[in-house]
Design a protein around this ligand. Structure first.
Ligand code: 5AD
Ligand code: SF4
Length: 448
Protein backbone atom coordinates (compact mmCIF):
# COMPACT_ATOMS: atom_id res chain seq x y z
CA UNK A 1 0.00 0.00 0.00
CA UNK A 2 1.02 3.59 -0.51
CA UNK A 3 1.53 5.04 2.93
CA UNK A 4 2.35 8.19 4.83
CA UNK A 5 3.02 8.83 8.52
CA UNK A 6 1.98 12.02 10.34
CA UNK A 7 3.97 12.70 13.46
CA UNK A 8 3.05 14.85 16.45
CA UNK A 9 5.09 15.39 19.58
CA UNK A 10 8.70 14.87 20.53
CA UNK A 11 11.79 13.52 18.81
CA UNK A 12 11.07 10.12 20.27
CA UNK A 13 7.94 10.05 18.16
CA UNK A 14 9.87 11.23 15.11
CA UNK A 15 12.24 8.32 15.63
CA UNK A 16 9.44 5.78 16.17
CA UNK A 17 7.76 6.99 12.97
CA UNK A 18 10.99 6.61 11.08
CA UNK A 19 11.33 3.02 12.28
CA UNK A 20 7.72 2.29 11.30
CA UNK A 21 8.35 3.74 7.83
CA UNK A 22 11.39 1.50 7.41
CA UNK A 23 9.45 -1.57 8.59
CA UNK A 24 6.55 -0.83 6.23
CA UNK A 25 8.93 -0.41 3.30
CA UNK A 26 10.64 -3.70 4.24
CA UNK A 27 7.19 -5.33 4.24
CA UNK A 28 6.65 -4.20 0.63
CA UNK A 29 4.67 -0.99 1.10
CA UNK A 30 5.52 2.22 -0.68
CA UNK A 31 6.14 5.55 1.01
CA UNK A 32 4.56 8.60 -0.66
CA UNK A 33 5.21 12.30 -0.11
CA UNK A 34 1.73 13.75 -0.55
CA UNK A 35 -1.14 12.90 1.74
CA UNK A 36 -3.61 12.70 -1.15
CA UNK A 37 -1.57 9.86 -2.68
CA UNK A 38 -1.62 7.72 0.46
CA UNK A 39 -3.97 4.77 0.90
CA UNK A 40 -2.74 4.10 4.40
CA UNK A 41 -2.07 6.93 6.86
CA UNK A 42 -0.59 6.31 10.29
CA UNK A 43 -0.89 9.14 12.82
CA UNK A 44 1.72 9.13 15.58
CA UNK A 45 0.19 10.85 18.58
CA UNK A 46 1.40 12.77 21.61
CA UNK A 47 -0.43 13.23 24.89
CA UNK A 48 1.94 15.34 26.98
CA UNK A 49 -0.54 18.22 26.94
CA UNK A 50 -4.23 18.11 26.12
CA UNK A 51 -3.82 20.27 23.01
CA UNK A 52 -1.21 17.93 21.57
CA UNK A 53 -3.55 14.98 21.97
CA UNK A 54 -6.46 16.87 20.42
CA UNK A 55 -4.43 17.61 17.32
CA UNK A 56 -3.60 13.96 16.64
CA UNK A 57 -7.14 12.80 17.33
CA UNK A 58 -8.59 15.59 15.17
CA UNK A 59 -6.25 14.75 12.32
CA UNK A 60 -7.14 11.05 12.52
CA UNK A 61 -10.86 11.92 12.49
CA UNK A 62 -10.42 13.96 9.32
CA UNK A 63 -8.53 11.15 7.62
CA UNK A 64 -11.11 8.57 8.66
CA UNK A 65 -13.85 10.76 7.15
CA UNK A 66 -12.06 10.42 3.80
CA UNK A 67 -12.51 6.64 3.90
CA UNK A 68 -16.21 7.10 3.04
CA UNK A 69 -15.27 8.65 -0.27
CA UNK A 70 -12.78 5.89 -1.01
CA UNK A 71 -9.90 8.37 -0.71
CA UNK A 72 -8.28 6.45 2.12
CA UNK A 73 -8.25 2.71 2.67
CA UNK A 74 -6.83 2.49 6.15
CA UNK A 75 -6.09 4.81 9.04
CA UNK A 76 -4.03 3.76 12.05
CA UNK A 77 -3.14 5.59 15.23
CA UNK A 78 0.06 4.96 17.15
CA UNK A 79 1.91 6.52 20.06
CA UNK A 80 1.25 7.98 23.47
CA UNK A 81 -2.42 8.98 23.13
CA UNK A 82 -3.32 5.36 22.34
CA UNK A 83 -1.81 4.12 25.57
CA UNK A 84 -3.56 6.85 27.54
CA UNK A 85 -6.97 6.28 25.96
CA UNK A 86 -6.96 2.50 25.70
CA UNK A 87 -10.20 1.14 24.23
CA UNK A 88 -11.76 4.63 24.54
CA UNK A 89 -9.85 5.56 21.42
CA UNK A 90 -12.57 3.77 19.45
CA UNK A 91 -15.25 5.87 21.15
CA UNK A 92 -13.54 8.96 19.82
CA UNK A 93 -12.70 7.34 16.46
CA UNK A 94 -15.13 4.46 15.76
CA UNK A 95 -13.82 3.75 12.26
CA UNK A 96 -10.16 3.71 13.14
CA UNK A 97 -8.58 0.55 11.71
CA UNK A 98 -5.89 -0.02 14.31
CA UNK A 99 -4.49 1.64 17.41
CA UNK A 100 -1.10 0.73 18.82
CA UNK A 101 0.69 2.04 21.91
CA UNK A 102 4.30 3.29 22.02
CA UNK A 103 6.26 0.09 22.60
CA UNK A 104 4.38 -1.95 20.01
CA UNK A 105 4.99 0.09 16.89
CA UNK A 106 7.02 -2.78 15.46
CA UNK A 107 3.76 -4.72 15.00
CA UNK A 108 2.34 -2.21 12.54
CA UNK A 109 3.22 -4.12 9.34
CA UNK A 110 1.39 -7.17 10.76
CA UNK A 111 -1.58 -5.06 11.86
CA UNK A 112 -1.84 -3.70 8.33
CA UNK A 113 -1.97 -7.27 7.00
CA UNK A 114 -4.68 -8.19 9.51
CA UNK A 115 -6.75 -5.16 8.53
CA UNK A 116 -6.32 -6.04 4.86
CA UNK A 117 -7.67 -9.49 5.75
CA UNK A 118 -10.80 -7.87 7.14
CA UNK A 119 -10.15 -7.26 10.85
CA UNK A 120 -11.31 -3.94 12.28
CA UNK A 121 -10.55 -1.85 15.34
CA UNK A 122 -7.43 -3.70 16.44
CA UNK A 123 -6.03 -2.45 19.75
CA UNK A 124 -2.47 -3.18 20.91
CA UNK A 125 -1.51 -1.77 24.29
CA UNK A 126 2.06 -2.47 25.46
CA UNK A 127 3.03 -3.49 29.00
CA UNK A 128 5.15 -1.20 31.15
CA UNK A 129 8.31 -3.24 30.63
CA UNK A 130 7.92 -4.40 27.07
CA UNK A 131 11.01 -4.32 24.85
CA UNK A 132 9.92 -3.27 21.38
CA UNK A 133 10.82 -4.99 18.15
CA UNK A 134 12.08 -2.90 15.29
CA UNK A 135 14.09 -0.47 17.43
CA UNK A 136 17.04 -0.48 15.08
CA UNK A 137 15.07 -0.18 11.82
CA UNK A 138 16.17 2.94 9.96
CA UNK A 139 15.27 4.60 6.71
CA UNK A 140 17.69 7.50 6.83
CA UNK A 141 18.85 8.97 3.60
CA UNK A 142 20.71 11.96 4.97
CA UNK A 143 23.64 12.46 7.28
CA UNK A 144 21.74 12.76 10.54
CA UNK A 145 19.93 10.07 12.53
CA UNK A 146 18.13 9.57 15.80
CA UNK A 147 19.01 6.54 17.88
CA UNK A 148 16.86 5.49 20.83
CA UNK A 149 18.99 4.41 23.77
CA UNK A 150 16.53 4.59 26.67
CA UNK A 151 12.83 3.81 26.66
CA UNK A 152 10.28 4.98 29.21
CA UNK A 153 10.81 7.06 32.31
CA UNK A 154 10.84 6.33 36.04
CA UNK A 155 11.06 9.91 37.25
CA UNK A 156 7.41 10.40 38.11
CA UNK A 157 7.21 14.17 38.04
CA UNK A 158 3.79 15.19 39.36
CA UNK A 159 2.47 16.73 36.15
CA UNK A 160 3.86 14.33 33.58
CA UNK A 161 1.96 11.58 31.84
CA UNK A 162 5.01 10.24 30.00
CA UNK A 163 5.84 7.46 32.52
CA UNK A 164 2.24 6.20 32.25
CA UNK A 165 2.30 6.02 28.51
CA UNK A 166 5.90 5.11 27.72
CA UNK A 167 6.35 2.68 30.59
CA UNK A 168 9.35 1.91 32.77
CA UNK A 169 12.89 2.77 31.87
CA UNK A 170 14.74 0.28 29.74
CA UNK A 171 18.30 0.92 28.61
CA UNK A 172 19.24 -0.80 25.41
CA UNK A 173 22.46 -2.81 25.72
CA UNK A 174 25.45 -0.63 24.85
CA UNK A 175 26.67 -3.19 22.32
CA UNK A 176 23.39 -2.98 20.44
CA UNK A 177 23.56 0.83 20.36
CA UNK A 178 27.18 0.88 19.19
CA UNK A 179 26.41 -1.67 16.45
CA UNK A 180 23.46 0.40 15.27
CA UNK A 181 25.55 3.58 15.13
CA UNK A 182 28.33 1.76 13.25
CA UNK A 183 25.86 0.69 10.57
CA UNK A 184 24.50 4.24 10.32
CA UNK A 185 28.01 5.68 10.01
CA UNK A 186 28.81 3.18 7.22
CA UNK A 187 25.77 4.53 5.40
CA UNK A 188 27.05 8.09 5.60
CA UNK A 189 25.55 9.32 8.85
CA UNK A 190 27.77 11.99 10.39
CA UNK A 191 25.65 13.06 13.31
CA UNK A 192 23.56 10.98 15.69
CA UNK A 193 21.21 12.20 18.35
CA UNK A 194 20.76 9.72 21.18
CA UNK A 195 17.22 9.71 22.51
CA UNK A 196 15.57 9.01 25.82
CA UNK A 197 13.22 10.83 28.17
CA UNK A 198 16.12 11.11 30.56
CA UNK A 199 19.25 9.88 28.75
CA UNK A 200 21.59 10.52 31.66
CA UNK A 201 19.79 7.70 33.50
CA UNK A 202 21.09 5.32 30.85
CA UNK A 203 22.05 2.04 32.48
CA UNK A 204 20.59 2.89 35.90
CA UNK A 205 17.50 0.67 36.01
CA UNK A 206 18.92 -2.19 33.99
CA UNK A 207 22.63 -2.55 33.26
CA UNK A 208 23.56 -1.47 29.76
CA UNK A 209 27.02 -2.96 29.96
CA UNK A 210 27.73 -6.56 30.90
CA UNK A 211 30.81 -8.18 32.41
CA UNK A 212 32.00 -9.37 28.99
CA UNK A 213 32.28 -5.82 27.69
CA UNK A 214 35.87 -4.52 27.79
CA UNK A 215 36.44 -1.99 30.58
CA UNK A 216 36.36 1.69 29.75
CA UNK A 217 39.82 2.80 28.52
CA UNK A 218 39.23 6.21 30.10
CA UNK A 219 38.16 4.73 33.41
CA UNK A 220 34.55 5.85 33.07
CA UNK A 221 32.30 4.18 35.61
CA UNK A 222 28.98 5.83 34.80
CA UNK A 223 27.17 4.03 31.98
CA UNK A 224 26.26 7.08 29.90
CA UNK A 225 29.70 8.75 29.69
CA UNK A 226 31.06 5.29 28.95
CA UNK A 227 28.64 4.99 26.03
CA UNK A 228 29.82 8.38 24.74
CA UNK A 229 33.38 7.10 24.95
CA UNK A 230 32.52 4.00 22.91
CA UNK A 231 30.54 5.95 20.31
CA UNK A 232 33.24 8.54 19.83
CA UNK A 233 35.44 5.76 18.40
CA UNK A 234 32.96 4.99 15.63
CA UNK A 235 34.66 5.72 12.34
CA UNK A 236 32.97 8.25 10.06
CA UNK A 237 30.75 9.56 12.82
CA UNK A 238 31.55 13.21 13.50
CA UNK A 239 29.00 14.45 15.99
CA UNK A 240 27.13 13.00 18.93
CA UNK A 241 24.15 14.76 20.46
CA UNK A 242 21.66 13.55 23.02
CA UNK A 243 18.38 14.60 24.55
CA UNK A 244 16.60 14.99 26.95
CA UNK A 245 18.43 15.25 30.28
CA UNK A 246 17.54 15.47 33.95
CA UNK A 247 19.77 17.78 36.00
CA UNK A 248 20.59 14.95 38.42
CA UNK A 249 22.69 13.28 35.76
CA UNK A 250 24.91 16.29 35.07
CA UNK A 251 27.94 14.82 36.83
CA UNK A 252 31.68 15.48 36.77
CA UNK A 253 32.13 12.40 34.59
CA UNK A 254 29.72 13.83 32.06
CA UNK A 255 31.67 17.09 31.96
CA UNK A 256 34.91 15.10 31.60
CA UNK A 257 33.35 13.29 28.62
CA UNK A 258 32.48 16.64 27.02
CA UNK A 259 36.09 17.70 27.49
CA UNK A 260 37.70 14.47 26.27
CA UNK A 261 35.52 13.61 23.29
CA UNK A 262 35.37 16.37 20.71
CA UNK A 263 32.61 14.59 18.80
CA UNK A 264 30.25 15.13 21.72
CA UNK A 265 28.41 18.37 20.94
CA UNK A 266 28.39 21.18 23.44
CA UNK A 267 24.68 21.56 23.87
CA UNK A 268 22.43 20.20 26.57
CA UNK A 269 18.67 20.41 26.79
CA UNK A 270 18.18 20.49 30.54
CA UNK A 271 14.53 21.07 31.45
CA UNK A 272 14.24 23.02 34.71
CA UNK A 273 10.41 23.48 34.72
CA UNK A 274 10.44 26.12 37.48
CA UNK A 275 12.80 28.32 39.44
CA UNK A 276 10.80 28.14 42.65
CA UNK A 277 12.07 25.64 45.22
CA UNK A 278 8.57 25.26 46.57
CA UNK A 279 7.20 24.26 43.16
CA UNK A 280 10.19 22.09 42.27
CA UNK A 281 9.44 20.13 45.40
CA UNK A 282 5.75 19.85 44.58
CA UNK A 283 6.60 18.74 41.09
CA UNK A 284 8.84 16.01 42.49
CA UNK A 285 11.81 17.16 40.47
CA UNK A 286 14.35 16.05 43.11
CA UNK A 287 16.67 19.08 42.81
CA UNK A 288 16.69 22.59 44.17
CA UNK A 289 17.17 25.82 42.29
CA UNK A 290 20.70 25.96 43.65
CA UNK A 291 21.56 22.42 42.59
CA UNK A 292 20.30 23.20 39.11
CA UNK A 293 22.40 26.36 38.92
CA UNK A 294 25.42 24.38 40.13
CA UNK A 295 24.98 22.00 37.18
CA UNK A 296 24.79 25.01 34.86
CA UNK A 297 27.93 26.49 36.36
CA UNK A 298 29.80 23.21 35.91
CA UNK A 299 29.04 23.27 32.19
CA UNK A 300 29.72 26.95 31.65
CA UNK A 301 32.93 26.95 33.70
CA UNK A 302 34.14 24.22 31.40
CA UNK A 303 33.03 26.12 28.26
CA UNK A 304 31.43 29.58 28.45
CA UNK A 305 29.96 29.02 24.97
CA UNK A 306 28.27 25.81 26.07
CA UNK A 307 24.67 25.99 24.77
CA UNK A 308 21.93 25.33 27.27
CA UNK A 309 18.25 25.07 26.51
CA UNK A 310 15.36 24.31 28.80
CA UNK A 311 11.66 23.61 29.27
CA UNK A 312 9.48 25.69 31.60
CA UNK A 313 5.93 25.13 32.78
CA UNK A 314 3.90 28.25 33.60
CA UNK A 315 0.69 28.15 35.61
CA UNK A 316 1.34 24.99 37.61
CA UNK A 317 -1.37 24.66 40.32
CA UNK A 318 -0.75 27.22 43.04
CA UNK A 319 1.99 29.06 41.12
CA UNK A 320 2.12 32.51 42.72
CA UNK A 321 3.57 35.69 41.34
CA UNK A 322 6.54 35.07 43.62
CA UNK A 323 7.10 31.56 42.21
CA UNK A 324 6.86 32.97 38.72
CA UNK A 325 9.39 35.70 39.47
CA UNK A 326 11.71 33.01 40.83
CA UNK A 327 11.46 31.24 37.47
CA UNK A 328 12.23 34.48 35.67
CA UNK A 329 15.32 35.13 37.76
CA UNK A 330 16.57 31.55 37.44
CA UNK A 331 16.27 31.79 33.66
CA UNK A 332 18.31 34.97 33.69
CA UNK A 333 20.97 33.48 35.97
CA UNK A 334 21.25 30.33 33.90
CA UNK A 335 21.48 32.39 30.69
CA UNK A 336 19.60 29.92 28.54
CA UNK A 337 20.36 30.06 24.85
CA UNK A 338 16.79 29.04 24.15
CA UNK A 339 13.77 27.93 26.13
CA UNK A 340 10.49 26.23 25.46
CA UNK A 341 7.61 27.51 27.56
CA UNK A 342 4.53 25.36 28.19
CA UNK A 343 1.24 26.32 29.77
CA UNK A 344 0.29 23.82 32.44
CA UNK A 345 -2.25 21.27 31.24
CA UNK A 346 -3.64 18.75 33.77
CA UNK A 347 -3.21 15.18 32.54
CA UNK A 348 -5.53 12.41 33.73
CA UNK A 349 -4.00 10.08 36.28
CA UNK A 350 -1.03 12.28 37.19
CA UNK A 351 -0.55 13.47 40.79
CA UNK A 352 -1.01 17.13 39.96
CA UNK A 353 -4.31 16.45 38.19
CA UNK A 354 -5.82 16.12 41.67
CA UNK A 355 -4.86 19.73 42.42
CA UNK A 356 -7.07 22.57 41.34
CA UNK A 357 -5.88 24.06 38.04
CA UNK A 358 -6.21 27.50 39.62
CA UNK A 359 -4.05 29.77 37.48
CA UNK A 360 -6.43 31.32 34.95
CA UNK A 361 -5.98 30.88 31.24
CA UNK A 362 -5.30 34.61 30.88
CA UNK A 363 -2.65 34.54 33.57
CA UNK A 364 -0.94 31.49 32.02
CA UNK A 365 -0.95 33.34 28.71
CA UNK A 366 0.54 36.45 30.33
CA UNK A 367 3.32 34.48 32.05
CA UNK A 368 4.04 32.67 28.80
CA UNK A 369 4.41 35.99 26.96
CA UNK A 370 6.63 37.49 29.65
CA UNK A 371 9.02 34.53 29.54
CA UNK A 372 9.04 34.52 25.75
CA UNK A 373 10.00 38.16 25.57
CA UNK A 374 12.65 37.72 28.30
CA UNK A 375 14.06 34.85 26.28
CA UNK A 376 14.10 36.88 23.10
CA UNK A 377 16.33 39.49 24.75
CA UNK A 378 18.46 36.84 26.45
CA UNK A 379 18.90 34.86 23.22
CA UNK A 380 20.02 38.05 21.50
CA UNK A 381 22.49 38.85 24.28
CA UNK A 382 23.90 35.30 24.31
CA UNK A 383 24.29 35.30 20.53
CA UNK A 384 25.88 38.78 20.50
CA UNK A 385 28.80 37.24 22.38
CA UNK A 386 29.49 35.01 19.38
CA UNK A 387 29.85 37.80 16.79
CA UNK A 388 33.40 37.67 15.45
CA UNK A 389 33.93 34.02 16.35
CA UNK A 390 34.49 31.34 13.72
CA UNK A 391 32.15 28.37 14.07
CA UNK A 392 32.38 24.96 12.48
CA UNK A 393 28.99 24.01 11.14
CA UNK A 394 27.50 20.89 9.63
CA UNK A 395 25.76 22.07 6.46
CA UNK A 396 22.07 21.14 6.31
CA UNK A 397 21.06 22.83 3.01
CA UNK A 398 19.12 25.86 1.80
CA UNK A 399 17.64 27.87 4.65
CA UNK A 400 13.93 27.31 5.25
CA UNK A 401 13.10 31.02 5.28
CA UNK A 402 15.21 32.11 2.34
CA UNK A 403 16.37 29.49 -0.15
CA UNK A 404 19.08 31.87 -1.42
CA UNK A 405 20.87 31.32 1.86
CA UNK A 406 22.23 28.13 3.30
CA UNK A 407 22.16 26.97 6.84
CA UNK A 408 23.76 24.53 9.21
CA UNK A 409 24.32 24.07 12.92
CA UNK A 410 27.29 24.55 15.18
CA UNK A 411 28.24 22.25 18.00
CA UNK A 412 25.84 24.14 20.29
CA UNK A 413 22.96 23.33 17.91
CA UNK A 414 22.71 27.01 16.95
CA UNK A 415 21.39 27.71 13.48
CA UNK A 416 24.05 29.46 11.39
CA UNK A 417 23.02 31.02 8.07
CA UNK A 418 25.40 32.09 5.29
CA UNK A 419 25.45 33.09 1.60
CA UNK A 420 26.72 30.27 -0.60
CA UNK A 421 28.08 32.86 -3.12
CA UNK A 422 27.18 30.71 -6.10
CA UNK A 423 29.21 27.85 -4.69
CA UNK A 424 27.09 25.96 -2.17
CA UNK A 425 28.94 23.40 -0.05
CA UNK A 426 27.75 19.81 0.01
CA UNK A 427 24.98 18.93 2.42
CA UNK A 428 26.48 17.05 5.31
CA UNK A 429 29.91 18.66 4.95
CA UNK A 430 31.64 20.81 7.54
CA UNK A 431 32.44 24.46 6.82
CA UNK A 432 33.83 27.29 8.90
CA UNK A 433 31.71 30.41 9.24
CA UNK A 434 32.72 33.73 10.71
CA UNK A 435 29.77 35.21 12.58
CA UNK A 436 28.89 38.73 11.45
CA UNK A 437 25.43 39.25 12.85
CA UNK A 438 23.41 37.85 15.75
CA UNK A 439 19.67 37.40 16.18
CA UNK A 440 17.79 35.80 19.09
CA UNK A 441 17.43 32.46 17.29
CA UNK A 442 20.02 32.50 14.50
CA UNK A 443 23.51 33.62 13.62
CA UNK A 444 24.50 35.07 10.23
CA UNK A 445 27.98 34.82 8.82
CA UNK A 446 30.34 34.25 5.90
CA UNK A 447 32.57 31.39 4.91
CA UNK A 448 36.21 31.63 5.81
N1 5AD B 1 1.51 20.52 31.20
C1 5AD B 1 2.36 21.39 30.58
N2 5AD B 1 3.58 21.05 30.17
C2 5AD B 1 4.01 19.79 30.40
N3 5AD B 1 5.17 19.18 30.12
C3 5AD B 1 5.09 17.90 30.55
N4 5AD B 1 3.90 17.68 31.12
C4 5AD B 1 3.20 18.84 31.04
C5 5AD B 1 1.91 19.25 31.45
N5 5AD B 1 1.09 18.41 32.09
C6 5AD B 1 6.28 19.85 29.48
C7 5AD B 1 7.53 19.81 30.34
C8 5AD B 1 8.40 18.81 29.61
C9 5AD B 1 7.98 19.05 28.18
C10 5AD B 1 8.33 17.97 27.25
O1 5AD B 1 6.58 19.20 28.27
O2 5AD B 1 8.13 21.08 30.33
O3 5AD B 1 9.78 19.04 29.82
FE1 SF4 C 1 8.17 13.71 32.46
FE2 SF4 C 1 9.95 14.02 34.34
FE3 SF4 C 1 10.07 11.93 32.74
FE4 SF4 C 1 10.63 14.33 31.79
S1 SF4 C 1 11.76 13.25 33.35
S2 SF4 C 1 9.38 12.81 30.86
S3 SF4 C 1 9.23 15.62 32.90
S4 SF4 C 1 8.48 12.35 34.19
Amino acid sequence: MKFLIHTYGCQMNVRDSEAVGALLVAAGHERVEKEEDAELVVVNSCTVRDKAEQKAIGKSGNLIALKKYGKKKMVGLMGCAVKRMGADVFKALPDLDFAVGPRRFGMIPRLVERCLAGEKRILEIPDEDEVPEGLSAHSVSGFQAFVTILLGCDNRCSYCIVPDVRGHEYSRPAREVVAEVEVLAKHGVKEVCLLGQSVLRYGVRNPAWDENDPPSPGGYTEPFPRLLEALSKVEGLERIRFTSAHPKGCTDELVRAYAEFPKVCRHLHLPVQSGSDRLLKEMGRRYTREEYLTAVKRLRDFDPEFALTTDIIVGYPGETEEDFEATRSLMEEAGFDNSFIFKYSPRPGTRSAKLEDDVTKEEKERRDQVLLSDQEARGQARNNLLVGTVREILVEGPSLRNAQRWSGRDSGNRIVVFEPDGNPPEKGSFVKIEILEAHPQILLGRRV
